[in-house]
Design a protein. Sequence first.
Length: 153
Amino acid sequence: MIRLLRNFDGILEAEEDGKRYIGVKLIRTFPLTMPDQYISVRSDSDDEITMIANLSLLEDESRKEAEQELQQYYMIPIIERIVSLDQNGNEWVWVVDTSYGRITFRMNEMQESLHPLSLVSWILCDIEGRRFIIVNIQEMDEESLKQWRKMNL
């Protein structure tokens, strides 16, 4: 079983079969649909060391380090509320409350910038390439739903 830990400099390391790897990175092979499964552990030269089938299989300390590393690497704000959504020519200006605070972003092509993950979940990409996620549009407040309907999806 692989063991994940941080060295004194805060760099993630991995130990497996008596061998230590410094500066490893964790890559989700299915980041949106299975975020805690099939995690590729890669060396600093990007060679795969191993695949973690499920984070729950790791020892507690290794799991905590993996979760922390993945959270930093895959920081995608969750949209909790749509404050306003306005169209200005071909551009849409969003003001949203997210898991990281209030953010304003812009989108151009809705068909290229809005991607359904399920019937109720969406991933949004702004003109700068940043991603945001709506976990469940049906669970948002009435004002957010009113703003969402402006897009006529």
